[in-house]
Design a binder for this molecule. Structure first.
Ligand code: B4P
Length: 191
């Protein structure tokens, strides 16, 4: 089993690219953002708990996302690989993921980081708001907060993977298909 992380700030293309990459490489796509939005749409207790946190662009508690991810890993013991999208987002999540994978005698192959300019991130998310209706994409202040939260709490874990020689930066500017080709090369080279 292989495990790849797609990493980058909000709007960097993680979700967009993960869907296509999972199809191409037959990976299971695990997006914590999608899982949380499904809980909100279903009106579950968990969804009610996280809705206001996400609307503000803050991170939901580590324990919530860790439990969701642990269930998905446990329920797919025979898959070819996982593509983690939007997880881990904190140091605690990163260490926990490593421990969970070690228990299954596997580990993270590469952390692939999409690099995108600040203004482009904001523009992409505002454009998405027009079609998705996502509350966290509609307000430029919330978008800026999400980018700040990324810089403060998420970006530092790049070093965690860099020290393990797993960090691969990829240019996330340009056409979706060109970025897909760049990412595909990185994954194919790491299999
Ligand atoms: P996520 O769902 O992970 O969303 P995101 O960071 O906004 O990025 P996403 O993957 O959706 O967007 P993409 O760049 O693909 O997180 C949402 C919230 O959930 C977080 O703020 C947090 O509250 C919570 N959460 C999730 N995981 C968590 C965790 N582990 N711990 C704690 N909290 C967690 O695409 C953006 C737009 O750009 C799209 O419209 C796309 O079409 C467009 N786009 C993509 N590539 C493009 C390109 N090359 N050119 C032009 N447009 C492009």
């Amino acid at each position: 089993m292989v495990n790849f992380l797609i990493f980058g700030p909000p709007g960097s293309g993680k979700g967009t690219q993960s869907v296509q990459l999972s199809e191409k490489f037959n990976f299971i796509h695990l997006s914590t953002g999608d899982m949380l939005r499904e809980e909100i749409a279903a009106g579950s207790e968990l969804g009610k708990k996280v809705e206001s946190i996400m609307q503000k662009g803050e991170l939901v508690p580590d324990s919530v996302v860790i439990e969701m991810i642990a269930n998905r890993i446990d329920n797919n013991p025979d898959c070819a690989g996982f593509l983690f999208d939007g997880f881990p987002r904190t140091a605690e999540q990163a260490v926990t993921l490593d421990n969970m994978l070690e228990d299954k005698s596997t580990s993270v192959n590469k952390m692939i980081v999409l690099e995108v300019e600040h203004n482009e991130l904001v523009q992409r998310l505002l454009s998405r708001a027009e079609v998705s209706g996502r509350a966290d994409d509609r307000d430029v202040n919330v978008i800026e907060n999400r980018i700040s939260v990324y810089k403060e709490k998420t970006e530092p874990i790049v070093n965690y993977y860099r020290e393990k020689d797993k960090y691969v930066p990829v240019d996330g500017m340009g056409q979706i298909s060109d970025i897909f080709d760049r990412l595909s090369i990185v994954i194919a080279d790491s299999l």
